[in-house]
Each structure stands twice: as C-alpha cells, then as structure tokens.
Design a protein around this ligand. Structure first.
Ligand code: CIR
Length: 263
C-alpha cells in the first residue's frame, strides 16, 4: 500500500529557537531537553519498522523547522516543495529542496506568489490526495498542487479544515487503505464519505494527529481510550511523548516526511 508503506523518512532536530515556535494559545515554553528525548523516541520508532531515517541538523533561524512535514509533499513519483502560509516558515521549504533532490529524480515546486500551502493540510490516501484549505493553505496553493501532481496520475480533492484548527491533519490521520482516524468535528463535514472512519474518543481530540508508518500506528502518549479503540481494531500502536511539541501545535505527522521514492 503506497499510502503507508515507506522506505525513508526525513526529520530535523529541534533547535534552541524552538521556544519561539508559533502557537495559537500560549500554554508554556517547550522544554528542549524533553523534546529531544521524545524526538529520539520518534526516530527510533520509524527505524524499528525498517525505514531509513535521514536526520537533518537543527536550524536556528527557523523556530518551527522541526515540523518538516509542512515543507513538502512526498509521493513515490516525486516530491513537491510547498510554500508555507506562515511567513516565518516560508524559507524552510527552500532549505528542504536539496535533501529531496538527493533522494528523488523529480522535485517540483509551488511557485505562485499568491499560492500558499503547507504539508500538514495534505492527506494522501490510496486513491486520492485530500487538501484542506486553512489559514495556511489557500485556493491558489491547492490549485497549483493539483496541476503539479496531475501528470503523476493523482486526483486531488479540495476540502476544508474546520475554523480554529491549524491544519487538516491536526484532526485526522490515515490508518490503512480505506480507514481514517478523525475527530467528529472534521468528519461531520462529510469529507470522508466512502472511507471507513474511526473516531477519536471525545476529549482526546489531540490524538487525531497520528501516523500510519509501515506496520505501526504512531500516536501521541496520553490518550488511552483512543489507543484501546485502535488496538481493538487490530492496529499495532506505538505511543510517543508529545507534550513539548503540543505546546507549539505540533504532533506525530508534522515531525517527518515519509516516502518511498521510485526515482
Ligand atoms: C506552526 O504553527 O506552524 C507550528 N508551530 C506547528 C506546525 C505543525 N505542523 C503540522 O501540523 N504539520
């Protein structure tokens, strides 16, 4: 299954500037030492599935650069470098491009001056690419991405991230070829019609941002009811501490680019 079988991942170490990371609500300063421990656990989980993980150096100039997912979309056929809608993050995308070029034969770019799109708003399933418009991703960005991936044979569907939710994938994750983990507030929009939906348990909305990576569902620690639902459904769950990234609105998907290039 190309949507969750990966040979590679790219991560980037958090830097001391992480304390200046963007956040919707201030719930405290992230503790870098604890974040580094969680980050190492996350990378170990990716590697435990047999994937090769490229660990990039910390970038002081970009406080949010640990959240590499937002810089690019990686597909088997090639990669597309995004244009993040957060002004402080725009430069992160160009920093990622050479690393993708080292692994892929075909690297494309979102280029329009008015196009904005972040990877956190993109959910690639087995049959389509769902892109949620949000405060970070606009119609021009979605349209440009649709053009760029069309000749790789992808159908792209524009959907909407609920107001007040940072990214589309803040509220959902792919679990397998036909199943999505979602909050009720997102699934109620009807965007997952045709998929099987497993709901995160009420009060545990913050674990909707999980990832299916090879045989594992990697989810943030501290959401026991949803974890039990996933285990009962037959998924092999690995929990990773996320208290520090959560303070700056980051989660499991944001921390990696996941892919299997065909070159
Ligand atoms: C931001 O606001 O851009 C970061 N503090 C969090 C980014 C999280 N990324 C993601 O959900 N893909």
């Amino acid at each position: 299954m190309r949507s969750y079988t990966f040979s590679h991942a790219i991560t980037r170490k958090p830097s001391t500037s992480i304390i200046a990371g963007l956040r919707a609500v201030d719930t405290g300063t992230p503790d870098l030492a604890l974040m580094l421990t969680h980050h190492a656990d996350y990378i170990a989980a990716l590697r435990a599935t047999g994937a090769e993980v490229v660990e990039l150096e910390a970038m002081q100039a970009y406080p949010d650069s640990v959240f590499v997912e937002d810089t690019s979309l990686c597909l088997p056929e090639g990669a597309v470098v995004m244009r993040p809608g957060a002004a402080s993050r725009l430069g992160e995308a160009a920093e990622m491009a050479p690393h993708l070029a080292a692994l892929y034969g075909d690297v494309r770019r979102i280029q329009g001056d008015d196009s904005f799109i972040e990877g956190g708003d993109i959910l690639t399933t087995e049959t389509e690419i769902l892109v949620g418009r949000s405060a970070r991703t606009n119609a021009a960005g979605v349209a440009e991405l649709a053009r760029l991936v069309a000749d790789w044979g992808y159908k792209l569907r524009e959907v909407f991230t609920p107001p007040g939710v940072l990214h589309f994938k803040t509220d959902c994750s792919l679990l397998d070829g036909e199943t999505i983990l979602s909050t009720k507030r997102l699934a109620d929009s009807g965007c997952f019609e045709g998929y099987k939906v497993i709901y995160v348990v009420d009060g545990e909305e913050a674990c909707a941002n999980s990832i299916r990576f090879n045989d594992l569902v990697i989810m943030p620690a501290g959401f026991p009811k949803t974890r039990a639902v996933l285990q009962q459904a037959g998924y092999k769950v690995q929990e990773i501490g996320n208290t520090e990234c959560a303070k700056i609105d980051g989660g499991m998907s944001c921390l990696s680019l996941r892919f299997a290039p065909t070159r």
